[in-house]
Design a protein around this ligand. Structure first.
Ligand code: ADP
Ligand code: GLC
Length: 482
């Protein structure tokens, strides 16, 4: 059994901006189920303190770290047995809203200090210097916010083994030299083989250069990030570390995302009661003021409205799309120019396109259940969870074949019968390709038997953590044995 300190900057349902929060909740649960001793380490943001009130929070240590008074607190992930340790430093973390940026949408001015201090506390716990009599054998870090942890631990001869998981390489945690100088880091770290990145400080390089093992969230993304096209300037370093790199596909929380029991739906359904899925669609069409008609294909999109998600492709083909007999429902927030463009289209075509800006967990579930198809034309996608939720909900994904989308959605079956078609796929990130694929999907929607077969293929696939969590344990065992 390993003792795992799982360091993350977000975890559902305490604080969430994207898929990292879902993974940080469901992977530790799966590890616990496999008999591992796992504790999540999370900053005590305002919403975290509010969302843990029902389960109770108690202080377990007071620490003085680099001039900050830190209260280490213990709580539990609501609805689970997973322990969560909170790093409570009010002047750094007691802020409302998004964990990384202020209400104006700009990054917090002191993010380097916030996630440096978070890393320092992780370092103390990892070295059993936080007075808990619990020393992890593995410190599992996630994304740039935790990148300094492996770097700091490398300074100690007998430190626990470290794993660094890349959820998204596009966020490199970049700061100025001035920021580096403000942190209490050894000057030797200012080197292109360590934390320096073309004259800037990169937090993610701490994970990439110093962790014992690097993982990313799908096999295809693990290959892609070794290439300049997807490497964000870090492809050389990642390719160099290729011997210690694996792509492990994310699982999903199959209790939270279960169309048979999902409390957010108008009507629950499963593989055998797909007619009930249509009731969700009719209710959503009515609620959003779309034409109420089960025979019109309904496409869903839920996600961050940023370049990564292929919003440009959706917008570029919109005139052609509007000529098809289908509807689109969008839920998302992000760059103002995308929000505005989508809102304009919805106001001009209210019976065909409905756009809701903002973040709404319950509405996301209803879109997954109500749509016939789910749009994910991402330019790159480390794993993607929404297409997995869609498959489970019998909502056929329309995807660009990249990263985790390539590994989970298939249009052409293979001869051996191992790969069954469960969605629609295009291989070049171009608006015309997206449009042709949407048209193919709409055509197939009229072939009821073939459509049902594809839905059955989608819904029968196992996306639980059972397999992937074991792959993580195998890596933990490999690196602690070394
Ligand atoms: P990413 O992590 O890149 O944003 P993923 O597909 O891995 O993409 O995960 C996104 C997660 O965030 C999903 O659980 C999705 O439902 C959720 N999500 C994204 N945007 C919204 C939104 N506006 N409202 C509700 N949930 C959202
Ligand atoms: C990132 C990626 C997404 C992935 C998620 C969880 O946010 O953009 O593809 O599913 O992390 O690993």
């Amino acid at each position: 059994m390993q003792k795992i300190l799982f360091a993350t900057s977000e975890v559902y349902p305490l604080i969430k901006t994207g898929g990292l929060a879902d993974v940080a909740a469901s992977l530790p649960r799966a590890l616990l189920k496999l008999g591992q001793d796992v504790k999540i380490l999370l900053p005590a943001y305002t919403s975290v303190m509010e969302n843990t009130k029902s389960v109770g929070v108690k202080e377990i240590a007071k620490l003085e770290v680099d001039g900050y008074s830190v209260s280490l607190k213990q709580t539990r992930l609501p609805g689970t047995k997973v322990s969560v340790w909170l790093v409570d430093v009010p002047e750094l973390f007691a802020r409302e809203g998004n964990p990384y940026c202020g209400p104006d949408g700009n990054d917090w001015y002191d993010n380097h200090k916030r996630f440096y201090l978070f890393a320092r506390v992780a370092e103390l716990i990892a070295l059993d210097k936080a007075g808990q009599n619990w020393q992890p054998t593995i410190v599992h870090c996630n994304d740039w916010q935790t990148g300094l942890i492996p770097a700091l631990l490398s300074l100690h001869p007998n430190h626990p083994a470290t794993v660094f998981t890349i959820h998204n390489l596009a966020y490199r945690g970049l700061f100025s030299y001035q920021a580096f100088a403000e942190l209490n880091l050894p000057t030797a770290f200012w080197h292109h083989e360590r934390l320096e990145f073309y004259g800037q400080l990169s937090f993610i390089k701490g994970g990439l250069a110093f962790a014992d093992f690097i993982t990313t969230v799908s096999p295809s993304y693990a290959r892609e990030i070794q290439l300049p096209e997807f490497g964000n300037g870090l492809d050389g370093l990642i390719a160099y570390r290729n011997d210690s790199l694996a792509g492990i596909l994310n699982g999903i929380d199959t209790d939270e995302w279960n169309p048979g029991t999902d409390p957010h739906l108008t009507c629950n359904y499963n593989r055998r009661t797909l007619a009930n899925k249509t009731k969700n669609k009719l209710a959503l069409q009515e609620e959003l003021g779309l034409a109420i008609d089960a025979s019109i294909p309904l496409l869903g999109f839920v996600g961050r409205l940023v370049d990564q998600k292929g919003v440009d492709l959706i917008l570029e083909q919109m005139n052609q799309f509007l000529n098809l007999n289908c509807q689109l429902v969008v839920l998302g927030s992000g760059f103002p120019h995308y929000e505005q463009a989508l809102k304009n289209i919805a106001s001009q075509h209210p019976k065909k396109v409905a756009v809701t800006l903002g973040y709404n967990e319950s509405f996301a579930h209803r879109i997954e259940a109500s749509s016939d198809m789910f749009l994910m034309p991402s330019i790159f996608e480390p794993c993607g969870l929404n297409q997995l939720y869609s498959l489970r909900y019998g909502t056929l994904p329309i995807v660009h074949a990249v990263g985790g989308l390539r590994d989970t959605v298939f249009e052409s079956p293979d001869d051996a019968g191992e790969v069954k078609s469960n969605g629609f796929v295009f291989s070049v990130a171009a608006a015309q390709e997206l449009f042709s694929t949407i048209r193919r999907a709409c055509d197939l929607f009229q072939q009821k038997d073939q459509w049902k077969q594809r839905q059955a293929n989608a819904m029968s696939k196992d996306f639980s953590w059972d397999v992937s969590a074991k792959e993580y344990v195998a890596i933990y065992e490999q690196i602690t044995a070394q």
